[in-house]
Design a protein around this ligand. Structure first.
Ligand code: S3P
Length: 440
């Protein structure tokens, strides 16, 4: 599917407000933690997207009932390590979070399970989760010398608690370990030298787990029953980031984005955009199920380039494509380093950004672990492609809003991985004449 964005028919000014679908990371955890709790968990605003559908199918294949009642999704928890053996290969699609967290979630149950995904997922590293999970006595066998999917999860013979230090700053690795350890009797711990998103810890606490975090050391007592959770899921800050940048770049714009998750581990992009001169205000701060939520008010701003340092990367890892869009229009140079993890995301995002931005005449240089972009007030139109990567597709669609002629984004069906409502919100904000959808 292609999307053609015509920047020549955009409104000259815009005052609007939007709401954002539920957070993808939290929605995965809701289905997973709900499925090992005792009782029925209830979630509203759970994201409906291809990645979340993969997690829903995973827990259903393991014997968990998930159904909708009014606006809520109910998850009938089975208790710890009580999954039934799936009869078929578990299809993860494009979802790195489903497979990595899923390997930890399933590991302690006495089942044989095969995890596989699409071409992109089956090329992504899984040894980063297999190694720490093995310390808990769990056993896996995988393709490419135990490093890539398909991954076979074998019934465990000897479960044990363990203490592990993270070797990659990754919330997926940490969460895989915690989801397994919480099901295994004894005290386990995970030390992360660099903090990453803590949604798993917050939700385990909401389910009554005995868990505490001090200076990066997460300690938990496993094997204790979890209780059901009831939660309204905050809007996804990673999805809000696209409209935040759109509002900053478009002239005479004032946009309110409601009910956005503002967990400090997720909003590194707001600090960077403010540093670039972006006018962004957080209002109506509150807590939903242990997670911080606020409304964002964003006003058109003149941006200037900045340095994004390695220490900042984990808190904005998914927002680099859209921050690169802001950098392409900002005055001066933006340099992003310490972001080598981008090479093993849904696409090699460093390569995807460099290749596609260059097609629109942007001055962008590939670094081994990042990017250097010299901003310009002139962006030309043309044809670009998503590299089957949802965040690249959406970033390019937002970049098109400031091009001098239409931009066609090929492979735009990838957007459904995290944000099926993206197109509808785009036309609500910018008018239906601004977006043309062409099915291949
Ligand atoms: C995620 C963690 C991040 C992020 C991904 C979702 C999660 O991955 O890029 O989109 O939900 O835990 P890593 O933990 O591998 O950095």
């Amino acid at each position: 599917m292609k999307l053609t964005i015509n920047p020549l028919v955009l409104p000259q000014s815009l005052t609007a407000s939007v709401t954002i679908p539920g957070d993808k990371s939290i929605s995965h955890r809701a289905l997973m933690i709900g499925s090992i709790s005792n009782g029925i968990s209830e979630f509203t605003n759970l994201l409906e997207s291809a990645d979340i559908e993969a997690t829903k199918k995973l827990v259903q294949a393991l014997g968990v009932t998930v159904h909708k009642e009014g606006r809520a999704i109910l998850v009938h928890g089975q208790g710890l390590a009580r999954f039934s053996e799936p009869k078929y290969v578990l299809e993860m699609g494009n979802s790195g979070t489903t497979i990595r967290l899923g390997l930890g979630l399933v590991g302690p149950s006495k089942v044989f399970a095969v995890f596989s995904g699409d071409a992109s997922l089956n090329n992504r590293p899984m040894d980063r989760v297999i190694k720490p999970l093995s310390a808990l006595g769990l056993s896996y066998v995988a393709r490419a010398n135990n490093s890539k999917p398909p991954v076979v999860c074998l019934p465990p013979t000897r479960l044990t608690s363990a203490s592990v230090t993270g070797t990659v700053p990754s919330a997926q690795v940490k969460s895989a370990f915690l989801l397994a350890a919480v099901q295994i009797p004894g005290s386990s711990s995970y030390y992360e030298p660099t903090p990453t998103r803590n949604h798993t810890e917050l939700m385990l606490l909401a389910a009554g787990a005995n868990l505490e975090t001090t200076d990066g050391l997460i300690k938990l007592s496993g094997g204790k029953d979890l209780g059901p959770i009831s939660m309204q899921i905050p809007g996804d800050p990673s999805s809000a980031a696209f409209w935040t940048v759109a509002a900053l770049l478009r002239p005479n714009t004032q946009l309110t984005i409601r009910n956005v998750g503002v967990n400090p581990r997720r909003i590194g992009y707001l600090s960077v955009l403010r540093r670039m001169g972006g006018k962004i205000t957080l209002r109506n701060h509150r807590i939903w199920g242990g997670e911080e939520v606020a409304d964002l008010e964003v006003v058109s701003s003149k941006l200037h380039g900045c340095e994004i340092s390695p220490a900042e990367i984990p808190d904005l890892i998914d927002e680099i494509p859209i921050l690169a869009v802001a950098a392409a229009v900002a005055a001066g140079r933006t340099r992003i380093t310490g972001a080598g993890e981008l090479r093993v995301k849904e696409s090699d995002r460093i390569k995807s950004i460099v290749t596609e931005f260059a097609k629109l005449g942007i001055n962008v240089t590939e670094l081994s672990d990042g990017l250097e972009i010299i901003g310009s007030s002139y962006i030309r139109g043309g044809n670009v492609t998503s590299h089957h990567d949802h965040r690249i597709a959406m970033a390019l669609a937002i970049l098109a809003l400031v091009a001098d002629s239409p931009v066609t984004v090929h492979g735009a069906e990838a957007i459904a991985i995290s944000y099926p409502e993206f197109e509808a919100t785009f036309t609500t904000l910018f008018g239906s004449a601004a977006l043309q959808k062409i099915l291949d």
